[in-house]
Design a protein around this ligand. Structure first.
Ligand SMILES: [Zn+2]
Length: 332
């Protein structure tokens, strides 16, 4: 179901949020990716750690909630609408209880067993290829966005403030067959991992199992491609027509100059007819002139006659300019 006013990004995420990994290893990878990209650690007044996951999409937080439940963490988790940024609602999921928070973070490979935070992607999370799908899905859900396929430029990106994570992500995407670019935004406060190629973006959608979005993406790509092809053909036909008209105008000029100086009667009969037809029908194609001839002739025959008469006319006018006295010799 398409909802009006919802961006393509949101639709992709809604679809991804509905997809739950079957294997425990994948659930862990996906949860880790979402926490990596949207989570933060806070200390409460009691100096006890609290994990917060923030998003403008409440459906994403519901997914985190369910993934945590599968983790058998006895959570004190709850979701709350926190603030509105430029009219947009934001939601937060809080996970209280230091033991619980540490259990989740260690299991997700975000915290070492000595409770130090890790910046990059823990290799154990993405060792299995099934988990790579889940991890990239989580990353896209957390901080990814994609342009509407109807727009002119194709673009998919994932943003992060963490340089180590960004490099890890580029490496992981490479392992999965995606050549991602990496850039820093203008204010240099976050990094952008991106794909620009329409075909690769389509593959990415299919890879993270956003199949409905993938089909829509490919469909729009094909329609756009066909539209471009039609435009190209129309442009090509217009160019050909212009070329024909330009050539005809040139012929008229040469022939009328010749007619003024030597007269068309000096020409052999078939060539004289060709010259007359051209002068009387300056916009007609050679095929059309051929049909007007008596008896009618093919386009190639008319083309042959036109080239001969133009050659005579050009020679005559050309020679006249250089050797005026010899001009009459061309009449014979
Ligand atoms: Zn897995």
């Amino acid at each position: 179901m398409r909802k009006a006013g919802h961006s393509f990004s949101r639709r992709v995420k809604e679809e991804l949020a509905r997809r739950f990994p079957e294997k425990e290893c994948c659930a862990r990878a996906e949860l880790a990716a979402i926490i990596h990209t949207t989570g933060s650690l806070h200390f409460q007044a009691s100096r006890r750690q609290m994990l917060t996951v923030e998003s403008e999409y409440v459906f994403l937080l519901r997914k985190v909630f369910r993934l945590l439940k599968d983790f058998q963490v006895r959570t004190e988790a709850y979701i709350k609408e926190t603030e509105r940024l430029g009219g947009r609602r934001r939601y937060s999921l809080y996970l209280r209880g230091e033991e619980q928070v540490k259990k989740v973070l260690v299991a997700c490979g975000i915290m070492t067993r000595r409770f130090e935070l890790e910046g990059g992607i823990n290799p154990s999370l993405v060792r299995n290829s099934c988990c790579r799908t889940a991890f990239l899905r989580g990353v896209f859900l957390g901080r990814g966005s994609i342009t509407d396929p109807q727009k002119k430029d194709y673009h998919l990106e994932i943003i992060t403030e963490n340089e180590e994570f960004a490099h890890g992500l580029v490496y992981l995407m490479d392992l999965c067959g995606f050549k991602a670019g990496l850039s820093v935004n203008r204010r240099k406060d976050f990094l952008v991992v991106y794909l620009k190629d329409a075909e690769a973006i389509g593959r990415f959608l299919s890879f993270v199992q956003a199949y409905t979005a993938y089909l829509h993406w490919e469909e729009m790509r094909i329609i756009k491609g066909m539209r471009e092809e039609v435009n190209r053909q129309v442009n090509c036909e217009t160019a050909n027509l212009e070329k024909t008209l330009r050539a005809a105008r040139e012929q008229v000029e040469i022939l009328s100059a010749f007619a003024g100086k030597a007269g068309l009667n000096s020409l052999p009969e078939k060539l004289r007819e060709a010259a007359f037809l051209r002068l009387e029908n300056p916009d007609a194609s050679l095929r059309e002139l051929g049909r007007m001839a008596v008896p009618p002739v093919s386009k190639s025959t008319m083309n042959y006659r036109m080239r001969r008469v133009l050659k005579i006319a050009k020679n005559f006018t050309g020679e006249k300019e250089i050797f005026p006295s010899k001009g009459n010799r061309n009449n014979g």
